[in-house]
Design a protein around this ligand. Structure first.
Ligand code: HEC
Length: 115
């Protein structure tokens, strides 16, 4: 019984916690900071790498950990500098950015250090 109460409490805590709002602007900053734009293009529509507009955080997580890549996509999880490894927050934000492309909320600035 106590364990069940614990589960109920856990479920409630999870349900009540504010959904972490992914930040489109921070997503574009991360997109440029990690140099994803260098291969996928400034607005993710493809360059040397494929068009990845609209990809979700799970797709990004798979891609940056090298599970399904062989033709040039970097395995970011092997970077020795932790600052060069996108966090799950970075991935959520980048996904929000990728999903904003071609909508009114798409950020188009290029000077990421101004944001
Ligand atoms: C050095 C070039 C390069 C950089 C930098 C790069 N990518 Fe890629 N990416 C690729 C290539 C090329 C592919 C296609 C798969 C392959 O051949 O490895 C790819 C594939 C992907 C895919 C899977 C696309 C699909 O349709 O399956 C995603 C998602 C992705 N990249 C996201 C990112 C993100 C996010 C970043 C930045 C953190 C990034 N990439 C940085 C070259 C790059």
């Amino acid at each position: 019984m106590r364990f069940r109460n614990f589960l109920v409490a856990l479920t409630l805590a999870w349900a009540i916690a504010p959904a972490s709002a992914a930040d489109i602007t921070k997503g574009r900053v991360a997109w440029m900071k990690f140099n994803c734009n260098g291969c996928h293009g400034g607005n993710a529509k493809g360059g040397m790498g494929p068009n990845i507009v609209g990809k979700d955080a799970h797709d990004l997580s798979t891609a940056i950990s090298g599970d399904k890549t062989s033709g040039g996509m970097i395995n970011y999880t092997k970077n020795t500098n932790p600052a060069s490894i996108p966090t799950s927050t970075d991935l959520d934000n980048m996904s929000a950015y990728l999903k904003s492309i071609d909508t009114a909320s798409e950020p188009k600035w290029v000077d990421w250090w101004n944001h």
